[in-house]
Ligand binder design. Structure first.
Ligand code: G4P
Length: 301
């Protein structure tokens, strides 16, 4: 189940991931796509809809505990308006699992009905979890699967190494998540993916990413900076002054009392990732979309 965020995606990786996911999708009846509720647009992979084809599909807004509930509601409506089945969850706590299983059951009912109409003896409905690195795929699999003891041995007819986890009476989940590549070609999305930890710390420019984060907070939610770091109004002028003030308060100093900007930036990033800045959704529903197909309808519901 290991998939590392330390993946440098280049065309070869993407082609391989596409092939693997296409193979996985052939084996399942329902596809579960995991997005980060803080960045539902930046954490989505536009290729996924093509790979899924006509299979029933559910979008999960994971890490909802770290996202602004109002924005999560807006994103939920956004997907629903496109005819996409959507649910916000927190896979770390398991909140939403029960609802997820009942939705998968609902989505798979027409398939089971078709099997019955054809006289095919019903088998378990199969599903897979897809998403970019660090979005919570393994956490969700573990949370749904419970103890490792429930994991079944390899079954005949499946690729070696693939395991199906039995969940309840009628559902099997592929124990290996499908790893999609993040949208690194879009600068805004790439910065947000870095903020949330979806891309490895050694492939992005920390200075740029923190500049984007502070600019976002300064523009949209300045009180978060004031409250968390006890900043005075006179310190809320520009990004450099804010980082310097935070660095001073947090004791990020080098000899001569000069602020270690890099250390201060890392503190801010950790605070954001750990939810210490509060619930913050970076992608807004009404922002200009990155992709022309963003507003197109989906094919399933
Ligand atoms: P992946 O398989 O998609 O790569 O992601 P994975 O499950 O490994 O999760 C990545 C990180 O996100 C983990 O944190 C995990 O605990 C956290 N996470 C997953 N789902 C949720 C959620 O719904 N809410 C919150 N707040 N966090 C979530 P980590 O720091 O890498 O590991 P750990 O110290 O938590 O074990």
């Amino acid at each position: 189940m290991a998939d590392s965020p330390v993946v440098h995606w280049f065309p070869g990786h993407m082609a391989k991931a596409t092939r693997m996911i296409t193979e996985y999708i052939k084996k399942v009846d329902v596809v579960i796509e995991l997005l980060d509720a803080r960045i539902p647009r930046s954490s989505a992979n536009p290729v996924i809809i093509e790979l899924i084809g006509q299979k029933p599909h559910i979008v999960l807004l994971n890490k909802a505990d770290l996202a602004d509930p109002k924005a999560t509601k807006e994103w939920t409506e956004f997907f629903m308006n496109k005819g996409i089945t959507v649910l916000s969850i927190d896979s770390k706590s398991g909140k939403g699992n029960k609802k997820l299983l009942s939705i998968v059951e609902r989505l798979s009912k027409p398939i089971i009905d078709r099997w019955m109409a054809k006289g095919i003896r019903s088998r378990s409905v199969r599903t897979i979890i897809l998403g970019i690195p660090n979005v919570g795929k393994s956490t969700l699999i573990n949370s749904l699967a419970g103890s490792a003891a429930t994991r079944t041995a390899n079954k005949a007819g499946h690729t070696r190494g693939q395991q199906w986890v039995k969940i309840g009476k009628n559902l099997e989940l592929l124990d290996t998540p499908g790893v999609l590549w993040p949208k690194l070609e879009d600068q805004r999305a790439a910065a947000r993916l870095a903020m949330t930890g979806a891309i490895s710390d050694d492939v992005y420019d920390l200075e740029h990413v923190i500049k984007q984060l502070i600019t976002h907070l300064l523009t949209n939610e300045p009180q978060i900076l004031v409250e968390r770091y006890k900043l005075k109004e006179t310190e809320m002028t520009d990004v450099a002054t804010i980082i310097e003030s935070i660095g001073r308060r947090r004791g990020c100093l080098v000899s001569g009392g000069i602020v270690d900007f890099d250390k201060a930036r890392r503190i801010i990033l950790q605070d954001y990732r750990n939810g210490k800045l509060g619930v913050i959704t970076l992608d807004k529903v009404d922002e200009e979309p990155y992709y022309a197909d963003d507003n197109e309808g989906s094919r399933n519901g």
